[in-house]
Design a protein around this ligand. Structure first.
Ligand code: NCD
Length: 322
């Protein structure tokens, strides 16, 4: 199966049933996902969710790359939506070990007619192509370095919950920006919701020059200036598995870019400190930062379950992702 399916080649009205990227979502659709997520959160706190959980069917959650938060959060969201999740976790013990392709794995599981797929897969996976060809809608749960739409959505849900708007907010990324699919999805989301994106990282973590021409982007050399600018500071994990043998000077990274009790003094008093997890403590942040009153790292995880539940409900209702 060819993986060179370009953006022009696929039919957006079919792909709108699926959530592969954020390029074609409207601001209204995103705000209705946010408002639905917050409504679900309130209902969950009031213990109302159990009343709506008659079994609707099965979903196939295929995680071809490692995951903790995203997988459990989609599993929770499925159960809360009355959908039983069938999970492939990493592929150990499956026919992938016999050389079966990811595409064939998906096609065979599609034959069992799940209500939808949730898929985490490497860059080469033909997500857009399959989303157009298959009858079953697909939700992207992390696609190589290309995108992680529900992570960007849950980050901004948390900003929205705090400030009641995300418009014109300054969202700063500190860390391994070059290898981050979370940043890729934020660039798409920032276009829709009109927020500013800041980068603060060493040259070796900076994406290619061409992608830095975006007028929405603010580049910072000094962590202090960057933190001072931010309404939300998102620290990113140094993605050692994506550096393919490059030598990393972590010591000098920590000295200049780590979030520490000292460096976060530069943040505004009402700013948010975020991290999508997993965290390398002592590299991108000190453990003490998790106790800073501005840190919302576990709130993100909690909000992620409701955001994903809202996405699943939309998928079950035919999708609104265009
Ligand atoms: C991120 C991911 O897997 O893209 N984490 C997550 O989904 N919560 C970030 C990372 O791996 O560093």
């Amino acid at each position: 199966m060819s993986t060179s399916f370009s953006d022009q080649n696929y039919n957006r009205s079919v792909i709108g049933r699926s959530l592969v990227d954020l390029n074609h979502l409207s601001s209204e659709t995103i705000h209705s996902l946010f408002n639905e997520s917050l409504k679900l959160k309130t209902e969950y706190a009031q213990n109302k969710w159990s009343k709506q959980t008659e079994l609707k069917g099965l979903a196939a959650l295929l995680f071809f790359e490692p995951s903790t938060r995203t997988r459990f959060s989609f599993e929770s969201a499925c159960v809360r939506s009355g959908v039983h999740p069938l999970v492939l976790d990493g592929g150990q013990g499956t026919s992938l070990e016999k050389g079966e392709t990811l595409e064939d794995t998906v096609l065979n599981i599609e034959a069992m007619k799940p209500l939808f797929f949730v898929i985490r897969a490497p860059d080469e996976f033909p997500f857009l192509q399959l989303a157009q060809q298959l009858d079953v809608p697909m939700i992207n749960a992390g696609w190589g370095m290309k995108g992680h739409p529900t992570q960007a959505l849950l980050d901004m849900l948390t900003v929205y919950e705090k400030f009641k708007t995300v418009e014109n907010k300054n969202v700063l990324f500190v860390g391994d920006i070059k290898h981050s699919r979370v940043v890729s999805s934020h660039l798409q989301l920032a276009e829709k919701l009109n927020y500013q994106v800041g980068y603060c990282c060493p040259d070796s973590f900076m994406p290619q020059q061409a992608s830095l021409m975006n007028p929405r982007l603010h580049l910072f050399n000094k962590l202090e200036q960057a933190l001072n600018w931010a309404d939300a500071a998102i620290a990113l994990r140094v993605q050692k598995e994506r550096h393919f043998g490059e030598k990393l000077d972590l010591q000098s990274y920590v000295e200049r870019y780590a979030l520490t009790p000292h460096s976060v003094k530069a943040l505004k008093s009402d700013a948010l400190i975020m991290h999508p997890g997993p965290i390398n403590y002592g590299v991108e942040m000190d453990q003490a930062i998790t106790r800073d009153p501005r840190a919302v790292i576990l709130n993100l995880v909690q909000n992620g379950t409701f955001l994903r539940q809202a996405v699943i409900q939309s998928v079950l209702n035919g999708g609104v992702f265009q």
